[in-house]
Design a protein around this ligand. Structure first.
Ligand SMILES: Cc1cc2nc3c(=O)[nH]c(=O)nc-3n(C[C@H](O)[C@H](O)[C@H](O)COP(=O)(O)OP(=O)(O)OC[C@H]3O[C@@H](n4cnc5c(N)ncnc54)[C@H](O)[C@@H]3O)c2cc1C
Length: 445
């Protein structure tokens, strides 16, 4: 029977780098991945500067940039209030210092590589580091002795079963993880409200950088991705998904038109290169992250809505964090239990405040008048805009921001002066027949 220091189940954005970093430290690692790469996955793929920083630290960012444009500036547009800024490099450095005690090679660039490209690149990097990578191979169940996970049973392309032993088994098998059920990890937080997301890939769009537009309870995003296309997305509350899907393409364009007429023109003039993709619901959760002989990384451990596009960045964080603690255990500086408890504690501390923000954002409530007044008051204050973007991109911790210093103004845009009329319209499901029209001409109440 073969024996490894660590077996990782799943070779995607959390599993592959976890395995790679362990192998680079000299450990004997096996990754089992049930699919054959390259393959696409049901996810968009925006990576915040914190995530790109990990790629750069691992020596992989240049390969990603060779196929994918990267930028610093982005626009967040709320009810027509345009906030353009970037995440200060200082914030990225501080966050890495705080979490990893070193900020080597961090960057404040972001990018959005396609997953069939990114995931294969990461798995190849694991292979290059010496990991035994087995694609088209499924972990059927863990090997458990006296309550301790000490290996896995796997089935490869030949359908022959094999058992391998390991000092630690890591579940990196995504939000629908089977391993989680098999080891009995409990869900400790569950937030059912989520968004739906509907997106396509268009060529022929001349537009740089990320732009997010939010109006009422719906939103849009666009950014240039790999292979000369743009990822173009609309999203809204899951409660409206059933009505949205009655006319998906029609509602896609209506939503874009409603949030950003200028960008809609560009998208309409472009060419859709492949079928649209959709995800109707994505409840968030957090699970117990470790037990005897096992641990979880990425979505298997916690999953949150796509609305802030943070899953890949957090998967990379998990990889770097857990491998440091596993090294302490495998080199005899801590017991495995001590090392994994520290991993769970530190990851939780890095995570919970932001997890809460994502869950609240995923409810897709329309902004209040006070919130709109705040966004309007900071629109010319670059420091405040950058701080907001840095917090939204989980770089500056939410509790570390400076209080806003904007003053209420006399000349306010329509979204504020007309707020009391407009707000009730936003509560109506626009995908019910004819409702979008009531948005354009606000109904007097
Ligand atoms: C609609 C949507 C949009 C998103 N948009 C973004 C975004 O823009 N930016 C962002 O950062 N994040 C985004 N995310 C989140 C992101 O996709 C995830 O956080 C990320 O993929 C998690 O990576 P993972 O490696 O933990 O899991 P996964 O990517 O789900 O990978 C799990 C892997 O495990 C393998 N596997 C499963 N079971 C087994 C088994 N038994 N044996 C062997 N292999 C197995 C699977 O084949 C898979 O390759 C989005 C998510 C959704 C749903």
């Amino acid at each position: 029977m073969q024996s490894f220091d660590v077996v990782v189940i799943g070779g995607s954005v959390s599993g592959a780098p976890t395995a790679m970093l362990l192998a680079r430290r000299g450990y004997k690692v096996l990754v089992v991945e049930r699919q054959a790469f390259p393959r696409d996955t049901l996810s968009t793929h925006f990576i915040w500067p914190r995530g790109v920083s990990y790629l750069n630290r691992w020596g992989l960012a240049q390969q990603v940039f060779s196929r994918t444009p990267c930028y610093q500036k982005m626009e967040i547009n709320i009810e027509g209030i345009s906030l353009v800024g970037s995440i200060p490099l200082r914030d990225v450095q501080d966050r890495f210092q705080q979490l990893h005690r070193n900020s080597e090679a961090v960057t404040n660039f972001y990018c959005g590589p396609r997953r069939f490209f990114l995931d294969e690149l990461l798995l190849n990097a694991a292979r290059d580091a010496g990991v035994d990578v087995r694609e088209s191979t499924t972990c059927t169940h863990p090997l458990i002795e006296d309550g301790v996970v000490c290996g896995v049973h796997i089935t490869g392309p030949s359908r022959k079963s094999e058992t391998v032993r390991a000092k630690l088994v890591i579940g990196a098998d995504g939000r629908f993880s089977n391993f989680v059920k098999q080891v009995g990890s409990k869900t400790v937080d569950l937030r059912p409200l989520s968004t739906f997301a509907y997106w396509g890939y268009f060529s022929g769009i001349e537009r740089e950088e990320l732009a997010i537009h939010k109006r009422g309870r719906v939103g849009t995003a666009i950014f240039p991705t790999s292979h000369d296309t743009h990822m173009v997305l609309v999203y809204g509350p899951t409660a409206w998904w059933e009505d949205f899907r009655k006319d998906t393409e029609g509602n896609f364009f209506k939503t874009y038109e409603f949030c950003s007429p200028e960008i809609t023109e560009l998208v309409r003039a472009g060419k859709r290169e492949e079928p649209f993709k959709a995800c109707g619901t994505m409840p968030a959760f957090h699970r117990e992250l470790h037990g005897p002989g096992w641990a979880l990384v990425g979505d298997a451990g916690s999953f949150k809505d796509q609305v802030t596009a943070m899953g890949i960045t957090h998967s990379f964080r998990d990889a770097e964090l857990i491998t440091g603690y596993i090294h302490y255990a495998l080199s005899g500086q801590l017991t495995m239990e001590e090392a994994l408890s520290e991993y769970s504690r530190v990851r939780g501390a890095d995570y919970y405040e932001y997890f809460d923000l994502v869950c609240r954002t995923a409810e897709m409530n329309a902004y209040t008048k006070a919130e709109l007044e705040f966004f309007h008051s900071i629109r010319n204050n670059q420091k405040q805009i950058d701080q907001l973007i840095s917090q939204f991109g989980d770089t500056l911790p939410l509790s570390n921001g400076e209080p806003a210093s904007g003053q209420p103004e006399k000349d306010v845009p329509e979204c504020i002066s007309n707020f009391d009329t407009q707000f009730p319209c936003y509560l109506v499901n626009p995908y019910m027949v004819g409702q979008f029209d009531s948005f354009k001409q606000p109904v007097a109440v």
